[in-house]
Design a protein around this ligand. Structure first.
Ligand code: FAD
Length: 408
């Protein structure tokens, strides 16, 4: 850890998770003259071990890859274990052949994105923060925030008071800094918990991600580079404990059944864990000398694999707005600068949250006209090349109002 030295910074980031540390790396790498402080009470201590797969993985979009590249962390990530996925099949009912299937080749690309262990992304970013001479990483939590006209101060457990021009809250869905700033949230529980584990199947996944919508919630198979598969199985809360408690053989059978044997039988499994699922958004993203990014601003159901990808777009926009205001001699903690960030990201994040929420609810309805309408929608999308290309580009993070750091 570098010595803190001066305690005045241009940018203070509360939370060095996948999102906050990316903002620190990106801003510091692009502007060596500015001083950045990242506060993280639980910085990674070692790289992930290669013997087994970590339970937490994320589907990282091409746009997020670009952000991590500009932050100077992608080469270290790519040197670790990353798993490209080139095709995706989404279906309901018994026949995956009648679902939506799309691939990187639909848009002339080599892959749709990569499945990466969260721990690898965090390790690469933390190592990069350590290398950057203009970054100080403090292994402590923000305990209090004070806003003054010309600066914001934070009390960092055991490390005294630190001052900056802007404080960014990247401290996750339960964001303590968001509460300290009095920003409220709206949210709801899906009354589901996502079971995650790593499995092997009879047939090879061929770099294809699968998602089957079941009445209780979606089941995703995410392909890993050694032939195994990371799963995210959204299960009704009342069933989760029983599934977690099953012996391996019974769990393999339940999972084979739930997957519709899309890759034959599930033949091996590792340890399991479960995470409660909900949606949440902050009613405001900014306040005086303060802004929220990542899960601190919005948390979504993992069914579309978008959570951290939305966070990386926040990072790209925040970096762009912050650096632009410095370039123009403006105060980056100024309300005008922060409003630009909020206007750009809040609407897009809310639209994505609503779309993911709507999709999850629509697939829960098993009777009436909705199943028929879903089938027509999927057929139309599959058969209209232009619509399909737009859909795939959007899913890859290659379409929409992209900030400069989200483009390779
Ligand atoms: C089962 C599951 C599967 C998922 N799959 C995907 C996927 O495929 N693709 C995808 O894009 N997303 C996925 N997500 C979502 C993704 O994991 C989150 O969006 C992402 O981890 C959020 O990162 P973050 O850095 O914003 O927050 P966090 O990861 O919560 O990090 C917050 C950090 O802040 C720190 N902190 C807390 N309090 C303080 C404080 N007072 N001061 C300083 N620091 C503090 C914490 O220690 C932590 O390191 C999934 C989520 C789940 C549950």
């Amino acid at each position: 850890m570098k010595a803190v030295g001066r305690t005045d910074f241009d940018l203070i980031i509360a939370g060095g998770g996948m999102v906050g540390s990316a903002l620190g790396c990106l801003v510091a790498a692009q502007a060596p003259e500015i001083r950045v402080c990242v506060l993280e009470p639980r910085p990674p201590e070692s790289p992930p071990d290669d013997k087994s797969w970590a339970l937490r993985v994320s589907a990282i979009s091409r746009a997020s890859q670009a952000v991590l590249g500009h932050a100077g962390a992608w080469s270290a990530i790519a040197a670790g274990r990353i798993s490209p996925y080139r095709r995706m099949i989404v279906w309901e009912g018994d026949d995956p052949g009648r679902g939506l299937s799309f691939g990187a080749e639909d848009v002339g690309e080599s892959e749709l994105g990569h499945i990466i262990e969260n721990a690898l992304v965090q390790w690469a970013l933390a190592s990069r923060l350590e290398q950057l001479p203009n970054v100080v990483l403090i292994p402590a939590a923000v305990e209090a925030v004070g806003v003054e006209p010309a600066q914001v101060t934070v009390i960092a457990g055991g490390h005294g008071t630190i001052a900056g021009r802007l404080l960014v809250g990247a401290d996750g869905a339960g964001s303590p800094t968001r509460s300290m700033m009095g920003i409220s949230t709206r949210g709801w529980s899906y009354q589901q918990r996502a079971i995650v584990t790593t499995i092997r199947t009879e047939r090879a996944h061929k770099d294809t991600a699968f998602q089957r919508f079941l009445p209780g919630g979606p089941l995703a198979f995410l392909p890993l580079c050694d032939g195994s598969i990371s799963i995210v199985w959204s299960t009704p809360e009342q069933d989760t404990d029983a599934l977690l408690a099953l012996g391996d053989d019974a769990f393999l059978e339940a999972l084979s059944e739930a997957s519709g044997h899309v890759l034959g039988k599930v033949v091996a499994t590792a340890k399991r864990a479960a995470f409660p699922l909900g949606a949440q958004y902050a009613t405001r993203y900014t306040d005086k000398r303060f802004a929220l990014i990542g899960d601190a601003a919005h948390a979504v159901h993992p069914l579309a694999g978008q959570g951290v990808n939305l966070g990386y777009l926040d990072v790209a926009v925040m970096a762009e707005v912050f650096l632009e205001s410095l370039c123009q001699g403006q105060d980056p903690g100024d309300a005008r600068c922060l409003r630009k960030y909020e206007r750009w990201r809040k609407g897009e994040n809310l639209a994505m949250l609503a779309a993911i929420d709507g999709l999850g609810r629509a697939y829960k309805v098993g009777s009436g006209p909705l199943p028929y309408l879903r089938k027509i929608g999927v057929d139309l999308l599959g058969r209209t090349p232009l619509a399909k290309e737009l859909f795939v580009r959007r899913a890859m993070g290659l379409a929409g109002d992209l900030p400069r750091w989200a483009v390779a």
